[in-house]
Design a protein around this ligand. Structure first.
Ligand code: NAI
Ligand code: MG
Length: 364
């Protein structure tokens, strides 16, 4: 597998290094074939090349089968880099350019982290669902967009929420296929009550599910209600499918169940067999460089890579199991440690997962 590693800014390099150590373990012990290329992304490129996206890096991105991405973003960047240049090197360009329309965000609360969850144990225990967020259309891409000055001198900001039937249908199909591998239940989330595009979303979702996935049950839910249900009764969900904007918000709300952004993985895939794997969190400038970031979001993203790109579901499950066992054994980075509980470093958490992998390999 051709793997492109883009560590990015802030804690990105710290957490990707741990995910890469894990993948190298699978190469060494489980027959994963890996051809790793690494390139800068973000501020390092600006400092080194005077551009956020050298052509050669973009060419690598376009040809990669799998991309392991850290995080991007820093205050310096926002201050000094012109907007045009920022767009060239943006994550949005990568998502749109590769047509990575299906953003998979699993949210699963390990039993060991029940105490770290802000929800009551009786509500949170066993929460295990996936949010499928449409990633290449909707509010973040629709046109017209911009800020215009009106005749009276005041300004008006415009963004457009736009979805074609085709864009909706492929997201729904992806969600239904995911549900087939899980508990067979899809919740399609929209605002059909107040948005025409939402009514179309609901209509297409219903048709696709009925005609192509009679074995999957589809439920429709309004987005505002979904936000409440995630906090009230997260166990009722199996697969949630929704648009780009609602998916952004609801997946962060779902992530709150785990108590830390550092735990959450994601995969973004297209229909040409390419995928981008990244932890959900950003560059965390407040803790960057201290070696204390939680690498589990990145490591669990590597598990998604094993499942989706390497097509090794057993290896993926083995890695997820190793993460659970490392947590069971008490490994905690600062963000998930209880008050007074000792915390391990970023690489210490990587060590703990590698230790469990070796043990699991020995038991097999
Ligand atoms: P953030 O996710 O970087 O940080 C939010 C909070 O969570 C901070 O307190 C941080 O310390 C903590 N945190 C994040 N990851 C952690 C980890 N692995 N372990 C322990 N704690 C962790 O979001 P924020 O602060 O809103 O944004 C910082 C920068 O990141 C901005 O420039 C933003 O644009 C960028 N960003 C990039 C994303 C990406 O690359 N996909 C996603 C979100 C934000
Ligand atoms: Mg977000």
């Amino acid at each position: 597998m051709k793997l492109l590693v883009l560590p990015g800014d802030g804690v990105g390099p710290e957490v990707t290094a741990e995910a890469l150590r894990i993948l190298r373990w699978f190469a060494e012990h489980r027959g994963l074939t890996l051809e790793v290329t690494e390139r800068g992304f973000g501020l390092v490129n600006w400092e080194r090349h005077g551009t956020l996206m050298p052509d050669e890096t973009w060419a690598r991105i376009e040809e990669a089968e799998a991309i392991l991405f850290g995080a991007v973003g820093s205050l310096d960047q926002q201050a000094v880099i012109p907007p045009e240049e920022r767009r060239k090197g943006s994550l949005l360009r990568m998502r749109k350019g590769l047509d990575l329309y299906a953003n998979i965000r699993p949210i699963r609360l390990p039993e060991a982290l029940l105490e770290a969850s802000p929800l009551k144990p009786r509500v949170a225990r066993g929460a295990d669902f996936v949010i499928l967020r449409e990633l290449t259309a909707g509010m973040y891409f629709g046109t017209p967009r911009g800020v215009e000055t009106l005749p009276d001198g005041t300004r008006r900001g415009v963004n457009t929420h736009s979805y074609t039937e085709g864009e909706i249908a492929r997201a729904i199909r992806f969600a239904c296929r995911l549900a087939r591998e899980r508990r067979g239940h899809v919740t399609s989330v929209d605002k059909a009550n107040v948005m025409e595009a939402g009514a179309l979303w609901r209509e297409v979702a219903g048709r696709v599910a009925r005609e192509e996935f009679p074995d999957v049950t589809l439920e429709n839910m309004l987005a505002d209600n979904c936000a409440i249900q995630i906090a009230r009764d997260p166990r009722r969900f199996d697969v949630i499918v929704t648009d780009n904007l609602f998916g952004d918000l609801l997946s962060d709300a779902g992530g709150a169940i785990l108590g830390s952004l550092g735990m959450l993985p994601s995969a973004s895939v297209n229909d040409r067999g390419q995928a981008l794997y990244e932890p959900v969190h950003g560059s965390a400038p407040d803790i960057a460089g201290e070696g204390i970031a939680n690498p589990l979001g990145a490591i669990l993203s590597a598990a998604l890579l094993l499942r989706w790109s390497a097509k090794q579901p057993e290896d993926a499950a083995m890695l997820e199991r190793a993460v659970d066992r490392a947590l069971d054994a008490g490994a905690r980075t600062a963000d998930i440690a209880a008050p007074g509980e000792p915390a391990v470093s970023t690489s210490g958490m990587g060590d703990a997962v590698l230790r469990e992998l070796s043990l699991l390999q020995g038991e097999a």
